[in-house]
Write a protein that binds this ligand. Structure first.
Ligand code: CP
Length: 308
């Protein structure tokens, strides 16, 4: 297969296993490109991309911007905090005004679940979801899958645990869909209050004990507690969360096997993971960030291939 089955990347839920495999295979080529002395290719020379960030971001925003530069695309950047959204403009009006400037592709982060699905129905440009509330973060899941594959050789049959605030995490949902489509076994681990009631219906294992979960897995994806999305208390205190679900070196060294440690960022050092673990040789956190550029290059390149 040489083209995607979709016109937009709205979520992993909406793409096929073949789409994911095509993106990961294409990303391998782009990873080679970004490690050359001359890191730039002309693949998107005539394409204009708008980066619309209605919610804060460091990694995703910079990674998309860098990926666009490496592909020679023209880009414009929009931050909601300094825009006319503050004066009451709607999402569709904002985007249509941007599209009137002849934009081909929109990368959007938004606090509302489903914002990019809504936009894709309203505007002509290709839409890439860069994170929509607690719904999906498809490029994060793709770069996580790429990083697991790179480090473990394959994903099929591997055991991956996602630890922490599953309830508020778009990374968790996209990872579950992506890893399952690629044939991995997925477990979630965290306090019962941070596990959605429907979670078992997604076909994942559930484990409340961190040590048991870590002894089961080949890789652990340690999530951040999303305090900004919590309007009630889900656990007594951060200190108690860390005592039950924080990963430290003592715990890591006590496991029956060597596992990979992942984190989508931003890290709350000393809460879900200690600095020693984050910076240890079992951590692939910075590999994930590097791979994010190659994976996003692949996504934009393949979506541009469906432009006619
Ligand atoms: N992983 C991730 O989405 O990080 P940012 O919020 O910094 O983009």
């Amino acid at each position: 297969m040489s083209s995607l089955s979709v016109n937009h990347l709205l979520g992993i839920k909406y793409i096929t296993k073949a789409d994911i495999e095509l993106i990961l295979e294409t990303a391998k080529n782009f990873k080679e490109v970004i490690n050359r002395p001359i890191k730039k290719v002309p693949s998107l020379r005539d394409i204009t991309i708008a980066n619309l960030f209605f919610e804060n971001s460091t990694r995703t925003k910079l990674s998309f911007e860098l990926a666009q530069k490496r592909l020679s695309a023209d880009t414009i950047n929009f931050a909601a905090s300094s825009s006319s959204v503050k004066k009451g403009e709607t999402l569709v009006d904002t985007v249509n005004n941007i599209l009137a400037m002849k934009v081909d592709m929109v990368v959007m982060r938004h606090a509302h679940p489903g914002a990019s699905v809504f936009l894709a129905k309203k505007v002509k440009a290709k839409i890439i979801n860069a994170g929509d509330g607690a719904h999906e973060h498809p490029t994060q899941a793709l770069l996580d899958a790429f990083s697991i594959q790179e480090n473990l050789g394959s994903i099929k049959g591997k055991k991956i645990v996602i630890v922490g605030d599953i309830l508020h995490s778009r990374v968790a949902l996209s990872n579950i869909f992506c890893l399952q489509k690629l044939g991995a076994e997925v477990m979630v681990c965290g306090p019962q209050t941070l596990l959605p009631k429907y979670i078992e219906s997604l076909g994942v294992k559930v484990e409340l004990n961190l040590k048991k979960a870590l002894n089961w897995c080949d890789a652990a994806n340690m999530l951040r507690i999303q305090l900004e999305r919590q309007d009630i208390k889900f656990f007594p205190s951060l200190r108690e969360y860390t005592m039950m679900y924080g990963l430290n070196m003592e715990m890591l060294d006590s496991l029956s096997k060597r596992i990979l440690i992942m984190h989508p960022g931003p890290i709350n050092r000393g809460i879900e993971i200690t600095s020693e673990v984050a910076d240890s040789d079992q951590s692939i956190i910075l590999d994930q960030v590097e791979n994010g550029v190659a994976v996003r290059m692949a996504v934009m390149f393949l979506l541009a291939g469906r432009m006619n």
